[in-house]
Write a protein that binds this ligand. Sequence first.
Ligand SMILES: Cc1cc2nc3c(=O)[nH]c(=O)nc-3n(C[C@H](O)[C@H](O)[C@H](O)COP(=O)(O)OP(=O)(O)OC[C@H]3O[C@@H](n4cnc5c(N)ncnc54)[C@H](O)[C@@H]3O)c2cc1C
Ligand SMILES: NC(=O)c1ccc[n+]([C@@H]2O[C@H](COP(=O)([O-])OP(=O)(O)OC[C@H]3O[C@@H](n4cnc5c(N)ncnc54)[C@H](O)[C@@H]3O)[C@@H](O)[C@H]2O)c1
Length: 473
Amino acid sequence: MRLSCDVAIIGGGTAGMAAYRAARVHTDQVLLIEADRFGTTCARVGCMPSKLLIAAADAAQAVRDAHRFGVNAEAPRIDGKAVMQRVRSERDRFVGFVLNTVDGWPENTRLNGRARFIDARTLEVNGQRIDAKAVVVATGSRPRIPPGWRARLGDKLIVNDDVFDWTDLPHSVAVVGAGVIGLELALALHRLGVRVRLFARGSRVGPVTDPELQALARHLFAEELPMTLDCATLDPVLEGDQVLIGGERFDTLLCAAGRQPNLDDMGLEALQLPHDADGRPQIDRHTGQWGGGALFIAGDATQEHALLHEASDAGRIAGDNAARWPHVHHRPRRTPLAVAFSDPQIAIAGASHADLTAAGTAFDTGRVSFADQGRSRVMLVNRGALHVYADQASGRLLGAEMIGPAAEHLGHLLAWSVQRGDTVQQMLDCPFYHPVIEEGLRTALRQLQSDLHLPSPPIEHCLDCDTSAEAGA
Ligand SMILES: Cc1cc2nc3c(=O)[nH]c(=O)nc-3n(C[C@H](O)[C@H](O)[C@H](O)COP(=O)(O)OP(=O)(O)OC[C@H]3O[C@@H](n4cnc5c(N)ncnc54)[C@H](O)[C@@H]3O)c2cc1C
Ligand SMILES: NC(=O)c1ccc[n+]([C@@H]2O[C@H](COP(=O)([O-])OP(=O)(O)OC[C@H]3O[C@@H](n4cnc5c(N)ncnc54)[C@H](O)[C@@H]3O)[C@@H](O)[C@H]2O)c1
């Protein structure tokens, strides 16, 4: 039997579900195909369970830090079973909401099975042919495991997915990879009393690209977390039931060495779609189109901005255009924003230092250290720094990078300003309360405004009390 539909969506994660919703506005003939379980990477093994683990770690750290305020508490006793019980039950609750949504969609619009392309508009799922007028690829990504490691380490090698099914905390974990996943999980496990060492091939820790902030990130995290950076070769081996790496033995090795797109083994090669020099799909971000035909792609599979809100936006755009095909609309994309939930947190808003440098942009940098920032000191979160970047000619804010307190919130303010096209002066004209961490941002903006050497704005006189206004000055 052959099925036919207007839009087939491959992958029922965040991007696929957003594509489904957008396509259903135009047609009922939509088919959402999921190879595994519905419930999304974000809710099952990504954003949500990792933040649950981090929340437990933050609670333990708050107890440890209490004495610095003169509040004496016993060292925290961490009940690994209870920690993991909460992580799993709250995770299941979040997954439940996603499943409720999917279950509410007509049964004949969803299909379980792995999809492969026969040609650009024909798929095969469970031996069944599906003809689609347009297809959205939203297949996500999976952890990248260095060649040979799985064979060598067997089930002693784990990935993020495995962590959130633990029923107890292990004694020791070697974490490989100092990207966002490695950093967030290593720090959380360390604070929960697990013996952790973070191993990285290079010297970079976390996503900041500004060399000064990268050096600071290395320094700040190394103060707390055992790390071995710049490992030319990492050669973990199994020794009994332990993993031996860097001369140290661990219960298990958590591989966080990046992610690879789920685009292999799908029959895509035969379609001869365009790729960039790095082998990534060459797509139009404003339409979701991959190649000139009726094929669209969204989410982690695109290998750009592997983040929840980007997957959701890109899925909506791709689903909408797939249903409108051949009438494709260009949609605006939001200003980039990325946050790492480490402690201190990390945020990158708008253009990163690396983006600006690569583009040859003439920009100035405003800086603030949080070491002596008033409210940050009050709360004993005075670690880190913020850099804001502005266009030298116009004074417009282009981007920012930071490692420091409340980065998840400051990152939003900064991304919103970049998206609105605010100048540094316009940002300084906004209210700043006292005493707040945002006053640190103001310090950086003031320094930036002064360095920009732009013509001064006209002086505003108070109409109620300034006699110079009466005099027409
Ligand atoms: C540990 C971790 C923490 C994270 N934390 C954050 C965070 O705090 N904030 C944030 O913004 N982002 C975070 N992310 C990233 C975020 O989770 C992803 O960007 C997002 O989930 C990607 O959504 P997606 O729809 O592209 O992929 P997914 O949700 O993975 O969906 C893809 C689906 O496609 C299915 N599929 C694959 N191949 C086929 C096929 N051939 N046929 C049919 N179906 C197929 C898969 O089974 C899967 O269900 C985190 C990720 C991880 C791993
Ligand atoms: N808070 C968040 O928003 C959040 C949290 C987690 C994940 N994410 C998303 O998931 C994406 C993937 O995260 P990630 O941490 O897996 O990838 P990543 O690309 O950020 O980091 C991968 C790290 O592994 C290292 N590495 C690569 N190959 C290696 C090897 N063979 N041996 C040792 N080290 C190796 C890299 O040098 C790098 O440090 C992120 O880029 C982000 O978009 C977001």
